[in-house]
Design a protein around this ligand. Sequence first.
Ligand code: BTN
Length: 274
Amino acid sequence: MSASDLSALSAVPLDLERARAGLDASRLGVKLHYFASIDSTNSEARRLAEDGAAEGEVVVAEAQFRGRGRLGRLWESPPFANLYLSVILRPHLAPVHAPQITLMAAVALAETVGVFLSRPPAIKWPNDILVDGKKLAGILTEAACDSARIEYVILGIGLNLNYGADSMPAQLRQRATSIAQLTGQPLVRETVLRRLIQDLDRCYGELEASGFEGLRARWEALFVWRGRRVRVELGDRVLIGRAQGIEPGGALILEDDEGQRRSIVAGDVIPLEI
Ligand code: BTN
């Protein structure tokens, strides 16, 4: 199937009843809010959370006109092709552990994607899912907390499913992919949505029950750059060294060329070796 075929066949809106049918989740997906078009599901989820929405409510949109990525980037969000969703969480975690939500979500998302690809994707710390070095999905976690507690976390996920290469803006084509581009098969988006909510529900339950240590081995197994030389862009500074894994709080451990161990809390990581 060609990439242009993919965009032609996917002009069908999401059917949330179909996604809900047989949903096996204890907390997440209790309520699904659907929008044909919205600025950003994260922004809408935040508005709902401020109005008292419960843990587990999910905002799903067919398209976003101000879809947001990390570091103020735009998330391309055309209709009918992909999944854009945000989950409202009210975790019993100390604010310092809020980054663990992103790590947990990366494990869940990678496990979901692995089912439809029949091979595991890679996690790019902190929030990307890659296949063959191209971005398949991204996570944007935004928390509202005071010094003592997390009031809520908005867990936003964008996952490219039936996005044809021909439909992608040129600058994205080299760096991004979709499950259908990788397999040559279009996906039923409702099936993927259901599976993703279930996997998030399961991994979130594990995080709450045993902390991130219970998920760490799976995260590390999916983190393909462990031990490799990477360049870390920190805005105004660049560090080069070997990625060593992550700290309990979610920071990336980098051993720089002077042998010094550094904790990276936020930044862009680029591999220097294949
Ligand atoms: C990134 O890779 O930089 C994160 C991308 C996150 C995109 C998703 S799409 C659903 C949710 N709503 C948003 O505005 N962003 C996230």
